[in-house]
Unconditional design. Structure first.
Length: 286
């Protein structure tokens, strides 16, 4: 299937050789969250959400972990995470969601230079620029420069704290397709996403003393959405949950590409995990 064979511009390294890595440690948002928000807030409601995931099944990194049984995967993803709570943050049932910088600062993982650190964030920041009423905005009129700085500070904190040197940075998916973005804002959102992805990449390439590779999941999702029918999914029938965190959802979730207004359905996560696994194995020795 075409969406599993994207090769061009997927991973580009600033350095060449990577030795065997011990663990995968992720700093991320709801696309990756495996129940961390739910443990603290009881959100999202489960069921109909699956065991605290922001979908109706396991998230992409869980599929990667299942396929790499000899590699420990530590998932710090939190639904609603921004790059840095200093400019905007999410809150569920009184629980302030840690941004990726706060995840790096506050969550102890006993990291080492022999771990792979994945940073997958930016969706919520950009959505907060477009839809500030959906978030707790601390810095008024914050920009994509602020967002990219938060992501870079996440990597710099991990470098300072653990001597981290191996990073895989995943760019922001094309969420302008998602129902959360109003029709009149889709072109603006697309440009914002593309501009941010370019800026973020350039800023990560400027960090001294690390090896960074870039996973182009934006291109993956563009292709997956265009070919959703190959998974038995439709992008024309709206989200199964017309919003987020509702308990009254559709009767046929496995036919909707959009599980809710923000997130993909479980089969899309599985395809995403397979794609990510393929590219991680091509670029790293575990």
């Amino acid at each position: 299937m075409r969406y599993l064979t994207l090769i061009g511009a997927i991973c580009l390294a600033t350095t060449s050789t990577v030795s065997a890595l011990d663990r995968i440690i992720a700093y991320a948002d709801s696309f990756t969250d495996n129940g961390n928000d739910y443990k603290h807030s009881g959100f999202p409601p489960s069921p109909p959400y699956w065991k605290g995931r922001f979908s109706n099944g396991p998230t992409w990194l869980e599929h990667v972990a299942d396929a790499l049984p000899d590699v420990k995967v530590i998932n710090n993803g939190h639904g609603g995470a921004t790059t840095d709570n200093a400019h905007a943050y999410s809150e569920f049932n009184g629980y302030v969601v840690p941004g990726t910088l706060q995840q790096a600062e506050q969550i102890e993982v006993n990291g080492t230079p022999d771990d792979l650190y994945i940073i997958y964030v930016g969706y919520n920041d950009l959505n907060a620029i477009l839809n500030p009423d959906m978030y707790n905005v601390v810095k008024k009129n914050f920009t994509i420069e602020d967002v990219a700085d938060g992501a870079v500070k996440t990597a710099e904190k991990l470098k300072e704290k653990y001597g981290a040197k191996e990073f895989c940075v995943m760019n922001v998916p094309p969420f302008y397709h998602w129902p959360v973005i109003q029709e009149g804002d889709k072109d603006k959102a697309k440009k914002l996403i593309n501009d941010y992805n370019d800026l973020s990449k350039s800023k990560f390439e400027e960090i001294d003393g690390i090896n960074v590779k870039f996973l182009d999941d934006n291109a993956f999702f563009e292709d997956l959405i265009a070919n959703a029918n190959k998974l038995g999914l439709s992008t024309d029938n709206g989200p199964c949950d017309p919003g987020i965190g509702k308990t009254n959802v559709c009767d046929d979730p496995t036919k909707h590409f959009y599980w809710d207004s923000y997130h993909p359905e479980a089969k899309a996560h599985k395809a995403f995990g397979e794609w990510a696994l393929k590219n991680l194995k091509e670029n790293y020795d575990f």
